[in-house]
Design a protein around this ligand. Sequence first.
Ligand code: PMT
Length: 223
Amino acid sequence: GEKKPLAGKRVLVTAGGTVERLDPVRYLTNDSSGKMGYAIAEEAVRMGAQVTLVSGPTALSAPAGAQLVRVQSALDMREAVLSRLDAQDVVVKAAAVADYRPAEAATQKIKKKADTLTLQLVKNPDILQEIGTLKTHQFVIGFAAETENLDDYAMDKLNRKNCDLIVGNDVSQAGAGFGTDTNIVRIYDRSGLVQALSLRSKSEVARELLQLAAQRLISVGDA
Ligand code: PMT
């Protein structure tokens, strides 16, 4: 029969881009389609996990068998993730969280006036970094979307954010990163590169990634 390497495990996945409101009809966001995170949630269900998918707005439907929690902003995503953190065995942060949000969300539509308009942005909390600080037993997987120096930048994020694995995405390569059905990734742990995956579907990337996580969960449990 089908192997269920994540049976009995709780897996929380974040997906999609966050939406940062400027006023009732305008917002800042990014190109994340949610496809990578949804593929991970779907594969995790297939591997037997109890899955929570915390998602920014996307055009995708929830994978069967996963609990979908819809959020808008980085602050909403933070609350949805941190309030569920204790119960998780694995956390996968595939979402593209906005680094900044408008300092104020206007309650009325911003009116057109002068020739230039300056928006003031303030830094959002880094959810993955907070997880890295708060985690007790959780196996934490981050993502890093980069356009240059992938190895260095991904390893730097892994260390700063205290992840167990990080998935480096060179989003400047055709077929990789935002919006596509495929991805090209390099997966690292604390000691460096673990696996380099050439072009393949996001479902296949998800399967390889979760298999790595499942193996490492077992060795933690047996230690
Ligand atoms: O959704 P798709 O269209 O399928 O595209 C997939 C993807 C390119 C969005 C995805 O594979 C990916 O790379 N996600 C991470 C994108 C990103 O925001 O990377 P980053 O390098 O800015 O952030 C690094 C890590 O910190 C990520 O795990 C991110 O979720 C997390 N983070 C970042 C900022 C923040 N304020 N809070 C966070 O938790």
